[in-house]
Design a protein around this ligand. Sequence first.
Ligand SMILES: Cc1ncc(COP(=O)(O)O)c(C=O)c1O
Length: 411
Amino acid sequence: MGALWHPFSDMGAVERGGEFVLSRGEGVHVWDTAGTRYLDATAGLWFTNVGHGRRELADAARDQAATLAAYSTFGDVAPEVTLRLAERLAGIAPVPGSKVFLTSGGSDSVDTAAKLARRYWTEAGQPQRRTLIGRQHAYHGMHFAGTSLGGIAPNADGYGDVLVPETAHVAWDDPEDLRATIERIGAENVAAFFCEPVIGAGGVYPPPEDYLTSVRKICTESEVLFVADEVVTGFGRIGGSWFASTRFGLEPDMVTTAKGLTSGYIPMGAVLVAPKVAAPFFEPDAGRWFRHGYTYSGHAVAAAVALANLDLVEAEGLLDEAARLERTLADAFDPLADHERVAQVRSGTGAVAAVQLKDPAAAAPFVKSLREQGVATRAVGAGGLQLSPAFVMTDEQVHELADAFRRVLDS
Ligand SMILES: Cc1ncc(COP(=O)(O)O)c(C=O)c1O
């Protein structure tokens, strides 16, 4: 067996069952090393929004690497292309005038927002506001902060009882649980609430009607910072606008992002910080540092790829294509809810959906059977099957996916 230790895997099972090794991608298809083609139902790990094999992004990476591949963004230094990306992101951020803190991925973005939430309250004269609240089913990446905030219990097992102290959890679908939890802890002790507008890796749970506006209002009333984790939903995945926060009018205090920023062609993330939270750190003569950042914060090649990716999304009208896919996924997959092996189909908010099997243990074999039908997907949550196609997938291809699902369900 090879040397690669796969993330999120039972390596014993991988050693027994073998690896699924891919060598090439183009549009909505990937090919394995034997030359077999698969329809990519998930856009990799929810990120290849513009599709695979886009020359524009490869060229942007090559050109920037040959010009200035990377330098530093610490202190007063920055590659020129990084500044251009920050301006571009500030221009599309859900809250006008946002500042942009660049990272190497989604877990970095969540860690940055968690630390910044606590620092903000320290600088605002309320250092006791420390508690960070997350939701059941939530996934916020795998750094310590995100692991603590997440709501998928097995992901936090085996590391000790408390990873990051002063974290709390609430129901995924009940604003009143958030209100009661803030009251119990005391609003004066709560720093921030982390919220995926559509829960992704926890199993694809679109928000119940009015849930997002209700929890936003509760945070505003209790002065708890509202952090929208848009690592999956950002950059168009939710359809019609760049961010779910814009679609739902949330005006978040921070937005954590990654994935679709570069369509996954190169690792990069960003935290969009609303003026209120950024202000103490930009005060002239305050001498206040945010002692935080990563070697690759604002990496020049990543910034060039991100800019080229945003250009493509805009030029090809892909925000509207994602809105189209929201409807097509529902049309094609909702009928599977009647199947005897299916518990539920969750769809209807953005270009994401999940088919929930009644038997969670059937999900892994189901993924393998789908591969035999020429479809690549994966299990999410407890027995869910992920659908998050590239925005360039046609309606016909979505129906092809649904037909393959039905064949496996029937078999
Ligand atoms: C909502 C959310 N937040 C954070 C992360 C972590 O991102 P990364 O895996 O890039 O560290 C993910 C990854 O799937 C995610 O879905």
